[in-house]
Design a protein around this ligand. Structure first.
Ligand code: PLP
Length: 393
């Protein structure tokens, strides 16, 4: 890639650019303030205090209390800690877990691992719009169900599940409720008490903090959840996650949460307007439709099916390095599974056939995008889709 090529980044559900203010907040802890947060000298106490503030910032964003936040390396670790932890600690009640076929692979693979260890897992189907069917959920819940895990917002389609109602149903069977909120945290208001969430994961790099830091909310008030550690060692994070704390990452996550909280409604409006503009223009291309429920959806995500195209070819066409046009970064499927040649498990679960799934592209807008960029993307996508269709006709 030419060093000067402009990048239009529309892959914010894969990861986001670090906010300069977040970088500024973490920088002292990457340089002069390098102490171990567990050291008892004053230098260590400074780091400890910074972690303490970050814990409050993270908790505030989701309506939790600081002592309910366990810092991890990201959502994948938080999900493993939560699901394996519940399986281990609650198996005297039962060995049944319920999740959804459109979950992220971090949840699906962890559940599959537990199936190999003798747990029973029900993978709920979804309707054509990506939402779960309540009657279906009700029919699979059992007295031995220990955990229901349903993501708040889907990473591929942005579809938002009715979490409060799902949590109520799970609780009525005595099960815990966990939500992978990786894509929703920082974008939409979340209150773990109002939603009835017992365990929730989040990942810093999805909300303009760096990669390698995240958190798990573990309910301690009202129905305290007890889970054992995944990583054993020095007993950090109240014994739930040992390992020297990633102070710069944690400070960055705290700053990102605080910024997201303050700027959420402004971002929702501006990002939502860009996404709507982009989507409405792209829908003018013949044979184009939206994948997923458009009423219950993250305001930044647009998953579009361009019939008669191949999404890999669209992605390549938009990131062509042989011309002076900007490099446009979009994706198909989850970044974590994009190395696989399987069609998106999310789209096929919604009933799309393989050809339609392979013809779908995700645009995920972020707070640094502009209207001018959307105009360039609209023209480029129209060109690429047209060219690809001419090639196969
Ligand atoms: N869950 C969802 C919904 C995601 O989108 C992702 C990342 O793509 C993850 C979990 C895993 O997050 P991380 O890779 O930061 O651990």
């Amino acid at each position: 890639m030419g060093a000067k090529k402009q990048v239009i980044y529309l892959d914010n559900n894969a990861t986001t650019q670090i906010d300069k203010r977040v970088l500024d907040a973490m920088m002292p802890f990457l340089t002069n303030e390098f102490a171990n947060a567990n050291s008892t000298h004053q230098f260590g106490v400074n780091a400890y205090e910074a972690v303490k503030s970050a814990r409050v910032q993270v908790a505030d964003l989701i309506g939790a209390e600081a002592h309910e936040i366990v810092f991890t390396s990201g959502s994948t670790e938080a999900i493993n800690l939560a699901i394996k932890g519940v399986a281990e600690n609650y198996q005297s009640k039962g060995k049944h877990i319920v999740t959804v076929s459109t979950e992220h692979s971090a949840v699906l693979d962890t559940c599959q691992y537990l199936e190999n260890k003798g747990f029973a897992v029900t993978y709920l189907p979804v309707k054509a719009d990506g939402l779960i069917d309540f009657k279906e959920l009700k029919s699979v819940l059992r007295d031995d169900t220990i955990l229901v895990s349903v993501m708040l917002a889907n990473n591929e389609t942005g579809v938002i599940q009715p979490i409060k109602e799902i949590a109520e149903l799970a609780h009525s069977f005595g099960a815990l409720f966990m939500s992978d909120a990786t894509q929703a945290v920082g974008k939409i208001p979340i209150n773990v008490d109002e939603l009835g969430i017992d365990l929730l994961c989040l990942s810093g790099h999805k909300l303009n903090a760096p990669k390698g830091v995240g958190a798990l909310f573990v309910r301690q008030r009202m129905n305290r959840v007890k889970i054992p550690a995944l990583l054993h060692g020095g007993g950090h994070e109240k014994g739930m996650r040992s390992g020297t704390l990633n102070v710069p990452g944690i400070v960055a996550l705290g700053a990102a949460c605080s910024i997201a909280q303050k700027e959420m409604s402004k971002n929702a409006e501006s990002i939502g307007a860009l996404r709507d503009y982009l989507e409405s223009e792209l829908l003018k291309i013949d044979g184009t439709s939206v994948n997923g429920n458009v009423e219950n959806r993250l305001y930044n995500t647009s998953n579009l099916l361009f019939r008669g195209t191949d999404s890999d070819a669209v992605i390549m066409g938009l990131s062509n390095t042989d011309n002076d046009l900007p490099l446009i970064a979009v994706s198909n499927g989850s970044a974590c599974t994009s190395a696989s040649i399987e069609p998106s498990h999310v789209l096929t679960a919604m009933g799309l056939d393989e050809i339609a799934a392979f013809s779908s592209v995700r645009f995920s807008v972020g707070k640094f995008n502009t209207k001018e960029e959307m105009d360039i993307v609209i023209d480029s996508v129209k060109d690429v889709v047209c060219t690809l269709r001419l090639m196969v006709s």
